[in-house]
Ligand binder design. Structure first.
Ligand code: NAP
Length: 259
């Protein structure tokens, strides 16, 4: 299927590795030119060079922390004309409800709610002017079914989801579609860190932690960044113009719900 986005330009945040990288690659495969971002410049340059070589698109790189005002300003300056925005950042640390104080919540809200809102606020108006735009926010399965150890994530991402539900409907008539993509467990560095947390918490090996988490997934395995990227690319495509304010769950069936 031709996604109809060849020649468009996308900002993909937090994209040197993991799910962001999967989204960047899937968009590049469709001929989309990229602005890629991560904090670590070295891995970012390697990822960008690999994508340029494999797909022949142009890639600009901005090494910065997307959750800071300075980082957002740098991204907005380079990506001021993008057609597609994929928001992403690292997830908050796991813990127990009684561990978290106000500062922990402010940090999580900044990273996983206010950062995507700031980028949308800056970049959606020019999409509206052009009459075409797509935004995909990488959120989490935890919006649909809470993950108790990830209370900071549950809270911040649910706040973003509420914002998107209303905002997506305000801009839909202008050709701009905003939706969220909710990952369940995918095989990335983040999954390794959550396996590590479980293994420490329960005094079990990493292999046992991996097996325990795999058992929660009816598909019987962790998802891949490539699968995640393919769904993201479709949501950024010309075919997704009737998808407004939706939350698409990619979790191998882990969330046991009818709808
Ligand atoms: P990952 O494998 O840890 O990848 C993180 C990527 O984001 C790297 O390129 C990293 O590069 C970049 N990054 C992290 N923090 C950043 C920041 N503040 N500014 C700019 N770039 C940043 O994570 P992932 O698994 O792809 O997860 C992506 C998002 O989905 C996270 O919010 C995670 O919580 C959420 N999620 C993941 C899963 C899963 O199973 N993988 C499940 C549910 C939700 P640098 O470190 O160099 O900055």
């Amino acid at each position: 299927m031709d996604l109809g986005i060849s020649g468009k330009k996308a900002l993909v945040c937090a994209s040197s590795k993991g799910l962001g990288r999967g989204c960047a690659e899937a968009l590049a495969a469709e001929g989309v030119n990229l602005v890629m971002n991560a904090r670590g410049a070295e891995a970012l340059e390697v990822a960008a060079a690999e994508i340029v070589e494999k797909f022949g698109v142009s890639v600009e790189t901005i090494a910065c922390d997307v959750t800071t005002k300075e980082g957002q300003d740098a991204l907005i300056a380079t990506a001021s004309d993008v057609d597609i925005l994929v928001t992403n950042a690292g997830g908050p640390p796991p813990g127990v409800w009684s561990d978290w104080d106000r500062d922990d919540f402010i940090k999580a809200l900044d990273a996983n709610m206010l950062t995507p809102i700031a980028l949308m606020t800056a970049l959606v108006p020019q999409m509206i002017d052009k009459g075409w735009g797509r935004v995909v926010n990488i959120t989490s399965q935890s919006v649909k079914a809470p993950i108790p150890a990830l209370g900071l994530s549950n809270a911040a991402r649910t706040g973003l989801t509420g914002y998107v539900a209303g905002t997506a409907r305000q801009v839909a008539g202008k050709g701009v579609n905003i939706n969220n993509l909710m990952p369940g467990i995918h095989a990335t560095d983040r999954a390794v860190s959550l396996d590590t947390n479980l293994s420490k918490q329960q005094g079990i090996s990493m292999e046992e932690a991996f097996e325990q988490r795999t058992k929660t997934i009816p598909a019987g395995r962790y998802g891949t960044s490539a699968e995640f990227g393919a769904m993201c690319a479709f949501m950024c495509s010309d075919h997704a113009g009737f998808m407004v304010g939706q939350n698409v769950l990619l979790d191998g069936g882990a969330t046991n719900a009818t709808i």
